[in-house]
Every structure is written in structure tokens, then in C-alpha cells.
Ligand binder design. Sequence first.
Ligand SMILES: CC(C)(COP(=O)(O)OP(=O)(O)OC[C@H]1O[C@@H](n2cnc3c(N)ncnc32)[C@H](O)[C@@H]1O)[C@@H](O)C(=O)NCCC(=O)NCCS
Ligand SMILES: Nc1ncnc2c1ncn2[C@@H]1O[C@H](COP(=O)(O)OP(=O)(O)OP(=O)(O)O)[C@@H](O)[C@H]1O
Length: 198
Amino acid sequence: MSVNRPLLVGLTGGIGSGKSIVAKFFNVLGIPVYYADDRAKWLMSNDPELKNNIITTFGADSFTADGQLNRTYLAEKVFGDPEATKKINSLVHPAVKTDFENWAKHQNTPYVIKEAALLFETGSYKELDKIINVSSPLKLRVSRILLRDQRSEAQINEIINRQLPDEEKNKLADFVIKNSENKMVIPQVLEIHQKLLG
Ligand SMILES: CC(C)(COP(=O)(O)OP(=O)(O)OC[C@H]1O[C@@H](n2cnc3c(N)ncnc32)[C@H](O)[C@@H]1O)[C@@H](O)C(=O)NCCC(=O)NCCS
Ligand SMILES: Nc1ncnc2c1ncn2[C@@H]1O[C@H](COP(=O)(O)OP(=O)(O)OP(=O)(O)O)[C@@H](O)[C@H]1O
């Protein structure tokens, strides 16, 4: 890539940490954000090779009759079984990697954000210049997801067990944003934004 390419900044955090909200704050500051989790779902339905691989591995029920990703079916298959999680990751992440690279080439800001639930787990942090981890207490994350999703506490815990623990992510990250009840997020975003521009 050319020397003028934007700095590639990963923004991650465990389920319910608040990384999507934090990503929106960066976006409000004019920073382009690639939402990897949303894009992964789009690619799973629209990239024919990926779609075929998902059907071969997880069965025809992975898609509904009208071609939509059967999220409930796949969530059940994938999150309860570490091997199945590894399998879906190995199918989806190469497609997301290429898609992100193509997207990033077309941006012309000093830096861009890749928001993704998995960066350390998939190794994709190695292709990024800086990593921000959004960190929140586990209990608060579970309570946020119970309000946001139609998922039981047991299902949420399964997902948590498929992800690297928050403490490990904090150690590996260049910046940590604390999104707990007693800490303001916007000043933390502004401070990191200034550093990344500098
Ligand atoms: C299994 C799927 C269809 C379930 O969809 P659903 O809408 O029910 O859940 P959603 O995508 O919102 O995920 C819920 C939470 O689980 C976590 N999560 C998602 N995928 C994974 C994964 N492969 N490993 C660990 N955690 C994951 C995220 O924190 C996410 O917020 C979906 O999660 C999926 O396609 N996952 C595989 C693609 C992927 O790895 N995406 C995330 C990284 S790019
Ligand atoms: N500081 C906060 N105050 C109030 N609500 C919050 C705060 N941070 C996050 N939330 C809420 O908690 C829920 C989880 O946040 P968000 O969707 O940003 O998490 P996420 O890290 O992207 O999770 P996932 O990996 O599951 O997609 C959302 O409903 C969001 O509105």
C-alpha cells in the first residue's frame, strides 16, 4: 500500500461492551467506520462461494427459503461448540479481510476504523496499525444484552466463552476505552482521536 494510506485502527470489545456505540462516536467525528460484523452477515448471504461453503458445512437450514441468513439456526450451531465457532471463523474471516482491504483503499482520511467483535481471536489485529478495546464490567455487559437481544443468559455466556477475556484484550490493545456506568465515553474518544490524528 502507498505511504499515504490511512492508518488502520481496529475497534473491538466483547459482546455488550458498547463497541458499536463507540464506533458511532468516531463516525460523528468524520472517521469512516467499517462495521465488520454487519458486513460479515452481508457477505455470508451475497458472496456465492462463502454462501456455498456455509451450506456445505452447516447445512441448507443456514439460509431461509427466501435466501436470508438463518441467524437463530446458525447462532445455535456455532456458539455452543468451540470447533463450530472455529469453522465459521475460518470461512467468514478471509472474505471480510479482502472486503475490508478494498474498502480501506477508497478512504482518504488520516485513519479509519474497523469495528469487529473478533480481532485478536482471528489474528486480523496483525493487519491493523492500532487497536482500541472497549472494556466494560462483565455483569453490565450481560445486562445490556439481556435488554438488547432475545438471548438467554446461558446463550450470552456461551458467546462470552467463545471470545478472548476482556483482561487479555486490554493487555494487547494500544488504547482502552472504559464504558462503565461511572465513566464518560466521549472524552475518551476525543483523546484517542487527537492522538491518532497526531
Ligand atoms: C452466528 C450468527 C449468524 C448469529 O447472528 P446473531 O444476529 O444472532 O448474532 P450477532 O451477529 O449479533 O452476534 C452476537 C454477538 O456474538 C458475538 N459473535 C459473533 N460472531 C462470533 C464469533 N464467530 N465468535 C465469537 N463471538 C461472536 C459478537 O459479540 C456479537 O455481538 C452471526 O453471529 C455470525 O454470522 N457470526 C459469524 C461471523 C462472525 O464471525 N462475525 C463476527 C466477527 S467479523
Ligand atoms: N454507556 C452506555 N450507556 C447506556 N447503554 C449503553 C452504553 N453502552 C452500550 N449501551 C447499550 O448496550 C447495548 C450493547 O451495546 P453495543 O450494541 O454498542 O455493544 P457491542 O459491543 O457492539 O455488542 P455486540 O458485540 O453484541 O454487537 C446496546 O443496546 C447499547 O445501546
